[in-house]
Design a protein around this ligand. Structure first.
Ligand code: PLP
Length: 385
C-alpha cells in the first residue's frame, strides 16, 4: 500500500492545476515585474491578477495584500511591523499561549526589545475567552494577535467576537489564519481583523510563499529593506511563479470548499469515533468548533514518538505535537496550555486529513492503530504497574 498521508496541517501536496499555472513563470514569462519592457509588464500583470484574486477571496482591496515568503514571514511582518510603526503610541502586545511559534517567538523577541507582553491562557478545549482579551487591553495596547484555528488541536477561536472587542478599544488585531485559509470562509470584514496571515503550502499551493492582509490605514515598518516592491513594505524581486500558484490554489480551494468540507468531516468523525473506542484515550480540542480535517488524541501510557515510528512502518504519516517540536522531547506547548500533564501530552497523535484521503485509508488506519497502541502499552512499565 502506498503511503497514507495524514499530516496536512504540516504541509499539503501541490495540485497539478497549480503547478501548471506556475510553470510558464519560471522560464517563459520570466521577466522582472519591475522592468518596463514587455516581459516585465507581463510578469507584473500576473502579480496584479494574483493580488486581485487573493483580495477578492478575502473581501479585501488589492492594495491591502502583501506577498511574503510564507506564513512565518507574514506573521512576523504583521507583529514586528505594527510594533515598530506604533511604538511611540504604546508598547503593549497581547497574544495567546497556543499560538504557532511564528507568532509566539516574534512577540517574545519584541519583549526582549522592551515591549510589554500579555500571554492569555486558554481553557481545556483550547479556547481564548474574549472576556480575557477585554480585561487584558490597556491604554497602551497597540496590537492583539490571536490565531484563527490552532494547528495542533484544531480549535476554532471566536475571532469575530475578539475582533469586535479589540476594534472598540482602538488597538490593531492580527489573526494567523494559516490553518483556516482554503478550509473556512475568510472575510476580513466579518472577522473584524486588521491583519491576517496565510500560507500557500497549507492549501495545496507551493512552499515558500504566503500573504499578509493589512487593512488600509494600518502602517507597517518593513522587515526587509531594499527595493520598492509591495509598496515599500517588503523589498525583493517578487516570487512570481509562487504568487501565481498561491492565488490559483486559493481560488480552487474556495471553489471546492463545500464539497471538500463534507468529505473531510465525514472522515474526521469516523477517525475520532474509532480512536475514542480505544481504552484510556482522550480527544484534545473542541468537538463543536473544530477544523474539519483535524484529529488529535492522547493515548495514555505511550510515547507519541514511538507511535509515529510504528505508524510509519505501516505506511501511515502522522504527527505528534507539532512538526516544529518533534525532534525534541518537549511536549507540545499547546497541550500543556490546555492543562494536560507532561505524561499525557507525550502520548499525543495528530492526524490531519486532506482532500485526497479516502474512506478505505481511514478504515485501514483504524485497524492498525489499536494494534500498535496495544503493543506499545504492553511494553510500558506505566501501563502494567
Ligand atoms: C504552518 C503554519 C505557519 C507557518 O507557515 P510557513 O508558511 O510554513 O512559514 C504559521 N502558523 C500556523 C498556524 C501554521 O500552521
Amino acid at each position: 500500500m502506498s503511503e497514507i498521508y495524514l499530516d496536512h496541517a504540516a504541509t499539503t501536496p501541490l495540485r497539478p492545476e497549480v503547478l501548471e499555472a506556475m510553470l510558464p513563470y519560471f522560464n517563459q514569462e520570466f521577466g522582472n515585474p519591475s522592468s518596463v519592457y514587455g516581459a516585465g509588464r507581463r510578469a507584473h500583470q500576473a502579480l496584479d491578477q494574483a493580488r486581485d484574486t487573493v483580495a477578492d477571496l478575502l473581501g479585501a482591496k488589492s492594495e491591502e495584500i502583501i506577498f511574503t515568503s510564507g506564513g512565518s514571514e507574514a506573521a512576523n511582518l504583521a507583529i514586528k511591523g505594527v510594533a515598530w510603526a506604533y511604538q511611540t503610541k504604546g508598547k503593549h502586545i497581547i497574544t495567546s499561549a497556543i499560538e504557532h511559534h511564528a507568532v509566539l517567538d516574534a512577540v517574545l523577541w519584541l519583549k526582549q526589545q522592551g515591549f510589554e507582553v500579555t500571554i492569555l491562557p486558554v481553557d481545556e478545549e483550547g479556547f481564548v475567552d474574549p472576556q480575557s482579551v477585554q480585561e487584558a487591553l490597556r491604554g497602551d495596547t497597540i496590537l492583539v494577535s490571536i490565531m484563527h484555528a490552532n494547528n495542533e488541536v484544531g480549535t476554532i477561536q471566536p475571532i469575530e467576537d475578539i475582533g469586535a472587542i479589540v476594534r472598540a478599544h482602538g488597538a490593531f488585531f492580527h489573526t494567523d489564519a494559516v490553518q483556516t485559509a482554503g478550509i473556512l470562509d475568510l472575510d476580513v470584514a466579518e472577522l473584524n481583523v486588521d491583519l491576517l496571515s496565510l500560507s500557500a503550502h497549507k492549501f495545496y499551493g507551493p512552499k515558500g510563499v504566503g500573504a499578509l492582509y493589512v487593512r488600509k490605514g494600518v502602517r507597517l515598518d518593513p522587515l526587509i529593506h531594499g527595493g520598492a516592491q509591495e509598496k515599500r513594505r517588503r523589498a525583493g524581486t517578487e516570487n512570481v511563479a509562487g504568487i501565481v500558484g498561491l492565488a490559483k490554489a486559493f481560488e480552487l480551494a474556495q471553489a471546492e470548499r463545500g464539497e471538500v468540507t463534507r468529505h473531510l468531516i465525514q472522515l474526521r468523525d469516523q477517525l475520532l469515533q474509532g480512536l475514542q473506542a480505544i481504552p484510556h484515550t482522550k480527544v484534545n480540542g473542541s468537538l463543536e468548533r473544530r477544523l474539519p480535517n483535524n484529529v488529535n488524541v492522547c493515548f495514555q501510557f505511550i510515547e507519541g514518538e514511538s507511535l509515529l515510528l510504528n505508524l510509519d512502518l505501516k505506511g501511515i504519516a502522522g504527527s505528534s505535537g507539532s512538526a516544529c517540536t518533534s525532534g525534541s522531547l518537549d511536549p507540545s506547548h499547546v497541550l500543556l496550555a490546555m492543562g494536560l500533564s507532561h505524561e499525557i501530552a507525550h502520548g499525543s497523535l495528530r492526524l490531519t486529513l486532506g482532500r485526497e484521503n479516502t474512506q478505505d485509508q481511514v478504515t485501514y488506519v483504524l485497524e492498525e492503530i489499536p494494534i500498535i497502541v496495544e503493543r506499545l502499552r504492553a511494553m510500558s512499565p506505566l501501563y502494567n504497574a
